[in-house]
Ligand binder design. Structure first.
Ligand SMILES: C[S@@+](CC[C@H](N)C(=O)[O-])C[C@H]1O[C@@H](n2cnc3c(N)ncnc32)[C@H](O)[C@@H]1O
Length: 462
């Protein structure tokens, strides 16, 4: 972050990316709560659904907090704002001169950027906007390539692309101080990832999950349905040690058919470890192994700081577990390949919650996706557990009739024997059987065509 001196009463402007709006509020509020505990002279005005959020803070910690989140583009020192350019002018002329002059000296270089939200301005109009700021006492030299100071005029034209106003709804001017984590999403795009599969989770959503799970340096994070390890990649970026399991031998060993268009078989070294190596976080990789999530192989200790996962929904990959309905009387030899049977979604979720209750440390978080059939959705469908508190439940729409919900839970108590019978005394703890028909509903009659289209583009984050 560019250095500032001890100038008082600074207001900061945080420019947030305008996507996945539903997901950012829980993260902001959690982080705010944490930050508020640290600095009592802080207040904050937040327009959660607008691309620009004004964050008026007395301490730079709040700005740092925002910049650590995946959806923050940049932070500015806010010098002025208003509904019109004339209001902006008045506001800028009232801004304390001693706060401005250190960045406008004769021997300095600067550049002014014009950023518009929900409208594209012609080059000539941008220049006009910059020229109109001639009432500001800039004395330095313009340098487009490597300026010492960067300023930004932000014009907000609302959020409706079908109804773009002629004049902006609101205008801000400020001095750029730092960029956020947005670059991570571009640099971690699955398009350029070494090892991918049909259901690799896109980078943006992986970072959202990581933020919801409060992943931090030296945490131990586990993904029981690890697939190609997209969630491990995101967590390792925040300094967590990562491990995972998957029932699929080929996925864990990076073998079998490739998911890339022009490649038949996976190449040498196409595996999860190589993905982390690609992003320079191989040292955070513990291991992954073939294992069935319905029969966890872990000792019953609370070791994971977070469990982050995207269970199978039965659309692009089957929901299966090892085992058979028939009696297996023959002993297994070494070449035995276990038969598998259907793993119902309701069982997947109740196993996942149970596992998390036993293996998360106290205060640790479980973050996972719950697919739902929208016409039937109600909050009672979200699986509960007596040891886990529901923190947030955010929707990502997949089609007119289906969506998936990002569920975040926090461990609040150690499991006791009676907890396994909680569903008998309180129906809220019984698995919701309606999840089991998700696949049929997804591909159901009328919606078949549109489900096919969604399947091509949406499911599992692609
Ligand atoms: C939606 S994918 C996860 C994708 C992963 N997040 C990624 O980025 O590649 C679900 C994964 O669960 C695995 N799976 C299915 N049934 C399982 C089970 N019983 N135990 C463990 N893994 C299972 C599948 O093989 C698949 O890789």
């Amino acid at each position: 972050m560019a250095a500032t001196n001890s100038r008082s009463c600074l207001q900061y402007l945080i420019h947030l990316a305008h996507d996945h709006l539903d997901f950012r509020l829980p993260v902001i509020f959690y982080k705010l709560f944490q930050t508020f505990l640290m600095c009592s002279y802080t207040y904050l005005i937040l327009y959660a659904n607008t691309p620009v959020s004004i964050c008026s803070v007395a301490l730079a910690e709040c700005v740092c907090m925002f910049l650590s989140l995946y959806f923050s583009r940049s932070a500015f020192e806010l010098w002025g704002h208003g509904q019109t350019h004339s209001e902006l002018r008045t506001s800028l002329l009232n801004y304390p001169m001693e706060n401005m002059t250190p960045f406008m000296r004769k021997d300095s270089t600067y550049r002014i950027n014009v950023y518009t939200f929900n409208k594209t301005l012609e080059f000539a109009d941008r220049i006009k906007r910059i020229d109109a700021l001639d009432y500001l006492p800039f004395e330095g030299t313009v340098s487009l390539k490597s300026p010492q100071h960067v300023f930004c005029l932000l014009e907000d034209y609302g959020t409706d692309p079908n109804n773009i106003p002629e004049h902006p709804d609101y205008i801000y001017f400020g001095r750029w101080i730092a960029d956020g984590q947005r670059e991570l999403i571009r640099s971690h795009s699955v398009k350029n990832r070494h090892f991918i599969g049909n259901t690799s989770m896109e980078a943006g959503l992986s970072f959202i999950m990581t933020n919801h799970a409060k992943v931090k340096e030296n945490d131990l994070v586990f993904d029981p349905f690890v697939g190609t390890g997209s969630l491990l990649v995101a967590c390792s970026q925040f300094g967590a040690y990562v491990c995972g399991t998957d029932i699929d031998y080929n996925t864990i060993h990076g073998k079998g058919r490739s998911s890339r268009k022009n490649q038949k078989w996976r190449g040498v070294d196409e595996n999860i470890r190589a993905n982390l190596r690609q992003y320079g976080t191989e040292k955070m990789y513990l291991d992954v192994m073939v294992s069935d999530a319905s029969k966890p192989v872990w000792r019953r200790t609370a070791v994971f700081d977070a469990i982050i996962t995207d269970p199978p929904y039965g659309i692009r990959e089957s929901t299966r577990r090892t085992g058979s309905n028939k009696d297996m009387t023959k002993p297994c030899d070494e070449s035995h390949v276990p038969v598998s049977q259907e793993y119902h979604l309701s069982d997947i979720f109740s196993d996942l919650l149970n596992f998390s209750a036993h293996h998360l440390v106290m205060g640790g978080r479980l973050v996972y996706w719950l697919p739902v059939y929208r016409p039937e959705y109600c909050e009672e469908m979200v699986p509960l557990h007596p040891c886990l508190r529901l923190i947030s439940n955010c929707e990502q729409t997949l089609s007119s009739h289906t969506s998936r919900r990002l569920i975040t839970m926090e461990k609040v108590k150690e499991p006791e024997e009676l907890d396994s019978l909680a569903h008998l005394s309180d129906p809220r703890f019984s698995p919701y059987q309606g999840h089991n028909a998700f696949r049929e509903k997804y591909f159901s009659g009328l919606n078949k065509k549109c489900a096919k289209e969604d399947n091509k583009s949406n499911v599992n984050g692609e």
